[in-house]
Design a protein around this ligand. Structure first.
Ligand SMILES: Nc1ncnc2c1ncn2[C@@H]1O[C@H](COP(=O)(O)OP(=O)(O)OP(=O)(O)O)[C@@H](O)[C@H]1O
Ligand SMILES: [Mg+2]
Length: 513
């Protein structure tokens, strides 16, 4: 098995092979460049390379054009000639068309197998980020998780979250004593944000069966790594949902995978397209966490590759960790462009044969300034590289072709049907129902009493000091409801003491801020 992935040809005449070492592929990477400069094709050839080396890949398909990975390129493609010529220029003699084994995923369950997670797996920090909550509101989300945990009520879907918020509103007085002020205004605000999230696709995202990470880490019968493609065109309509979901996925990988140190090749490579969305008005605490995840996930054998138009959109601490770089052309129209260009150029190890800054400005489409990690993880000298042409189809596949791939996938049927097991919503609902039923029964009993009995009972009221008031049997619904509720809570509490429902997101990184 090859230890490198062939990227393209560098040097003056583009014939020096440029490769990405699999050994250092878990030390992350960057694909940057202005629009139309070749980022997507670079991602495509990297995905092909990893798959061929037996490394599973996860990537998001923002424009739908990466679905072509599932089909082999073809001689009838309009760029066939251009591809052959490019292959020749870079001395790519064993260039051939081939498809990758692909699994399609889709939060909306249309263009791929559904991807779900539970509310508790998302955790309070990411959930608050998802809903763009204020600090006070985030405090309440934390209480929701705490209460769910303490009372043994699984937080799976949006209904659970909604029901617990209502419950917290009703028990505000008590909870405020324990956790500090729980204001109705904040609860109301969260509920409104929940509605927004629901409309954006939150209803689909949250629930069970939740995605099993092992399903992203498979290889096919030939030992090729599966290329997992998340349909993201519709998802991009809610950029925050998109970015938070991917961040969640990273954090889950970090949490679930065992330490492997520095493996010969990565266990999984994760491409984060439109990575700038992750950092757009992100609070410092979140950026710090992302930096931490990036630093720590390496030893789990996961390589993370950020794709962005401008490297300046990625915080410096994170940029500093992206060892393998493919920098396509950057524009230099404005003073700010030029400054960014200079800064981008400064991060590379100079090549005496050309000026890095000028090269980043001048490289053509499908050409890039590259620097890959070398022996001992040292950044390589920067090269001007003509990127190899793709072996899979350039451009999207048809809906029918996609369906064929989905039908043949071993994932078919596993996630399609939503399961709605008993969780917070149902538990609270059951309590309400039980209370209502008790009230109804009491009323019925009262009505069935004979008039004589009732008169007798009423009369007893005045017949002595010790006699209880029979009218207390006329149950006021609300009171019974509250009692039944608190009794049920106590019962529930006793049954589940010590049980941890809320999973530690990111080994507590995201939970204990
Ligand atoms: N390595 C390559 N080999 C052959 N052709 C390429 C290569 N890279 C880019 N091209 C050509 O350039 C076009 C644009 O590239 P690509 O779609 O990757 O740009 P992009 O940077 O992803 O653009 P956008 O920002 O709009 O998504 C491709 O459709 C293809 O025709
Ligand atoms: Mg693109």
């Amino acid at each position: 098995m090859s230890e490198n992935i062939f990227l393209g040809g560098g040097g003056a005449d583009y014939c020096q092979p440029q490769t990405l070492s699999l050994k250092y592929a878990n030390r992350h990477g960057l694909i940057a460049g202005a629009t139309g400069t070749g980022k997507t094709v670079t991602l495509q050839i990297l995905a092909e390379g990893f798959s061929k080396a037996g490394v599973p890949v996860f990537l998001s398909d923002v424009k739908g054009d990466l679905s072509g990975l599932a089909l082999a390129g073809s001689e009838s493609h309009k760029l066939h000639g251009a591809f052959q010529k490019r292959a020749e220029t870079i001395g790519f003699t064993d260039y051939e068309y081939a498809a990758c084994p692909v699994t399609f995923w889709d939060l909306f369950g249309q263009q791929g197998h559904p991807v779900r997670t539970t509310v508790s797996e998302m955790g309070p920090l990411l959930l608050s980020r998802l809903m763009d909550l204020s600090e006070a509101q985030e405090g309440i989300v934390n209480i929701v998780f705490r209460v769910a945990d303490e009372e043994g009520m699984p937080l799976l879907d949006m209904k659970d979250l909604q029901a617990l918020l209502v419950w917290i509103g009703e028990n505000r007085a008590n909870l405020s004593l324990r956790y500090g002020n729980v204001s109705t205004a904040s609860i109301g605000a969260i509920q409104r944000r929940l509605l927004v999230l629901e409309n954006q696709g939150g209803t689909n995202l949250f629930g069970e069966p939740a995605l099993e990470l092992a399903d992203l880490m498979r290889t096919d019968a030939n030992g090729n790594g599966m290329v997992n493609i998340l349909a993201s065109d519709k998802l991009m309509g809610s950029p925050r949902l998109y970015a938070t979901f991917l961040l969640w996925l990273l954090s889950e990988l970090f949490e679930e995978l065992p330490e492997v140190g520095d493996p010969d090749k990565p266990k999984l490579v994760f491409f984060f397209d439109e990575a700038h969305l992750l950092f757009e008005d992100a609070p410092k605490v979140l950026v710090d966490k992302v930096e931490q995840v990036a630093r720590l996930i390496r030893s789990k054998g996961v390589g993370v590759y950020f794709i962005s138009q401008n490297p300046a959109d990625i915080p410096e601490d994170i940029l500093g960790q992206l060892g393998n770089r493919v920098q396509h052309a950057l524009r230099a129209f404005t003073a700010r462009d030029r400054k960014n260009l200079r800064l981008a150029a400064e991060t590379y190890r100079e090549n005496p044969t050309f000026d890095t800054e000028a090269a980043i400005r001048e490289v053509g489409v499908g050409e890039a300034v590259t620097s890959m990690l070398q022996k001992k993880g040292v950044p390589g000298i920067v090269e001007r590289t003509l990127i190899r042409p793709p072996g899979s189809q350039l451009g999207p596949i048809t809906a029918a072709e996609r369906q064929t791939v989905m039908n043949a996938s071993p994932m078919k049927g596993k996630y399609e049907t939503r399961k709605d097991r008993r969780s917070a919503f149902e538990m609270l609902q059951a309590r309400t129902d039980a209370a209502a039923q008790a009230a109804a029964e009491a009323e019925e009993q009262l009505e069935s009493q004979s008039i004589a009995e009732r008169e007798f009972a009423t009369a007893r009221r005045y017949s002595g000091s010790k006699v209880t008031r029979s009218s207390s049997r006329i149950v006021r619904k609300k009171d019974t409801f509250a009692t039944a509720m608190s009794e049920a809570v106590i019962k529930e509490l006793k049954g589940t003491t010590g049980r941890r429902i809320v999973r530690g997101i990111l080994g507590g990184l995201f939970r204990n801020r």
